[in-house]
Ligand binder design. Structure first.
Ligand code: PLP
Length: 399
């Protein structure tokens, strides 16, 4: 038998959502009369906007006609979509070249795939708690991971520690699971630290469209120097309801260069292009047409309306927390609300308590890292009626 990659033995069993599902199902069997409300979901619930659907339909018709049929497309994405993304970045305060933009089938694949471009002996800095993909993909490659604590002391926004060296740094802002969002000055510190360490920042901006505070950056390229050290991953999953349709984009600036041991200059942009043209055959034409509609004026109005709906739910959750005096993070520029478990419970105990006593499902913070052991995540992705009812039941627990 071939030798398997033993790094996979180092992966922790990813049992978070299956364990949640198991406990909810057991509860529902015992209490069929209870209407369980799910505020644990990280998936969107609103359907695609009508502009997107119109474009998907028109593109499907094109594919069904000999004159307009398309086969393989460019691995990097069609120009019509890359240009729309370039314009979007301009609005966010960043000037990109079209060939720095790579259309993807989502941020999950690319945050994982990017690890192909880095040597095994890099030190990787990852915040705890965190979106688990960063940890797992580096573990699969056998890399050394150094964790940086995100906790109440730093408002879940850890800053660089100059005494620690890192080669690769993961940052997600607005953050999943904590909802915390870096300001420009804080991101500038990270960029400066990366430049001092000759490190690369892998910046996940999957939730940028939830940022309503105009003073907060929605891309790391709003920060001076970022183009020399940061790769950015974004996604239409949460912006426009593309979790099932699948489309995102990754920005690999041409200014990120390094020297090989023999002195050969290496460009991360060229390497990513080489990787994608070798291992990826592009996002479906139909999906890219739907994605381009997200960036049209009408498309933007529709996704802004979706986000406003979710953020109204976030406001309801946050307002309840305020009334109860529960300290929380997120919920303002993010669809996630992260709070310390009440009554001194750990996160799985609180999960069971909330389910048993209120019929409400959330996500135990322990699933995102050790600093989440006493924290809990609620999301704004359910509907208003359910969110309101869930928070009334939540508040009743404090009486
Ligand atoms: N990055 C973060 C921080 C996420 O929370 C998610 C999804 O939940 C993703 C990336 C994945 O996005 P996509 O659907 O584009 O793969």
């Amino acid at each position: 038998m071939a030798k398997f990659n033993e790094n996979y033995l180092q992966l922790k069993e990813s049992y978070l959502f299956s364990e949640v599902a198991k406990r909810v199902s057991a509860f529902q069997q015992e209490h069929p009369e209870t209407k369980v409300i799910r505020l644990g979901i990280g998936d969107v619930t609103l359907p695609l906007g009508s502009e997107v659907v119109k474009s998907l339909r028109a593109a499907a018709d094109e594919m069904g006609s000999a004159e307009t049929f398309r086969g393989y497309g460019p691995e990097q994405g069609y120009d019509f979509l890359r240009s729309a993304i370039k314009e979007h970045y301009k609005e966010l305060g960043a000037d990109l070249d079209t060939d720095e933009i790579f259309v993807s089938d989502g941020a999950k694949s690319d945050t994982g795939n990017i690890t192909d471009l880095f040597s095994k002996d890099n030190t990787v800095l990852i915040p705890d708690p965190v979106y688990p993909v960063y940890v797992d993909t580096n573990t699969m490659n056998g890399r050394n991971i150094v964790y940086i604590n995100a906790n109440a002391e730093n408002d879940f926004l850890p800053m660089p520690d100059r005494s620690v060296h890192a080669d690769i740094i993961y940052i997600c802002s607005p953050n999943n699971p904590t909802g915390a969002c870096y300001n420009k000055e804080q991101l500038k510190e990270w960029v400066d630290y990366a430049l001092e360490n000759d490190a690369v920042i892998l910046f996940d901006s999957a939730y940028e469209s939830f940022v309503s505070d105009k003073s907060l950056p929605r891309t790391i390229y709003a920060v001076e120097g970022a183009k020399k050290c940061a790769v950015e991953f974004c996604s239409l999953s949460k912006t426009a309801g593309f979790t099932g349709t699948r489309c995102g984009y990754t920005i690999v600036p041409k200014a990120i260069v390094s020297k090989a041991e023999d002195g050969t200059e290496m460009s991360l942009n060229k390497m990513w292009n080489r990787r994608q043209t070798t291992k990826f055959n592009g996002v479906p034409y139909i999906v890219q047409r739907g994605a381009a509609a997200v960036f049209s004026e009408e498309g933007k109005r529709e996704s802004n309306a979706m986000i406003a709906t979710y953020m109204e739910n976030a406001r309801i959750i946050a307002e309840t927390m305020d009334k109860l005096g529960v300290r929380y993070y997120g919920g303002i520029n993010s669809p996630y609300i992260w709070f310390e478990c009440p009554f001194g419970m750990d996160s799985w105990t609180f999960f069971d308590f909330l389910l048993e006593k209120a019929g409400v499902v959330g996500t135990p913070g322990a699933g995102f890292g050790k600093n989440g052991n006493n924290y809990f995540r609620l999301t704004a992705f359910n509907n208003k009626e359910n969110t309101t009812e869930a928070m009334e039941r939540f508040a009743a627990l404090f009486k």
